[in-house]
Design a protein around this ligand. Sequence first.
Ligand code: XMP
Length: 321
Amino acid sequence: MAVEEIKIEDLNPHAFIEEQCRLISEEVGSSRAVNALSGGVDSSVTTMLAHRALGPGLLTYFIDNGLMREGEPESVVAGMRNLGVPVVSLDARNAFFSALKGKTDPEEKRQAITDTFYRTIFGTLVRESGAPYLLQGTIYTDVEETVAGIKRQHNILAQLGIDTEKAYGYKVIEPLIRLRKPGVRAVGKALGMPENMYKRPPFPGPALAARVIGEVTPERIALVRKATVVVEEELEGVGAFQFMAILHEDRVTGMRNGKREYGFQIEVRCWDSQDAVTAAPTRLAFDLLLKLAGRITSEVPGVVSVTYNITPKPPSTIEAL
Ligand code: XMP
């Protein structure tokens, strides 16, 4: 199925909202739909659109995969409930960590997350709820990168020839698939969402698992989660497109309190970009970089090395996996 992009200059957000609400209502009819809310801009805008279209016919789930940032499960659920959308939070941490156990290859890790999400979790939810549709916030850039073979974005199915009805037992509805990020933000604004929701920096579906090189374990996620707190606190004010901490697989020799410490390495990335298709490293002040290194090595146990990535995309990509 070819997807045709709606360019930002051709987008009328209000007309788009009306049309998508109509299409969602027509497709779901008197049936019900399950909705996957992750808290990112794309899934939050999808949730608002579908809530407007279906009201109580929409069953919104937040899947706690154990891979989210500090306090994120609670704040995402509370934010949506404040907007009047009922959200059920589901603890799926064990399912995700078991699926990721022992996996080090980036595409195998992405596949494990996709399978757990669509087959194990949503397959069951759809069967139990009897709602034969899943709504999700796939956008044009996700399709483009997956089809080009750069990364298998966790949410791409039909464009890879996957028949979700056969594979998982439900149909997938993707109201944002023709938009890029700036278009999604414009729709969020037109839907009356709070600015901190529609302007939120992007965060990948595989969450912090996309930022752990090598095996993803609860301990390694806890480490990158702590480093992420520091990076987000320090970089939130610089106006960048996206910023992150990445945990490396290799360790290096460092020293602490006069003793050798064979410790962890954190890589910081901070990007200037319009739509994630290309990106340039932000020219952060050196003092800020030094502050980041100081805070990460003192606040995240076992980290003895902090680096800043200065490679543009391409040839880098935004996330490490
Ligand atoms: P990359 O790393 O491919 O990322 O340069 C481009 C943008 O997409 C986000 N990203 C993802 N989003 N599922 C998502 O929903 C994924 O599997 C995924 N991988 C990357 C990334 O954060 C960036 O904004």
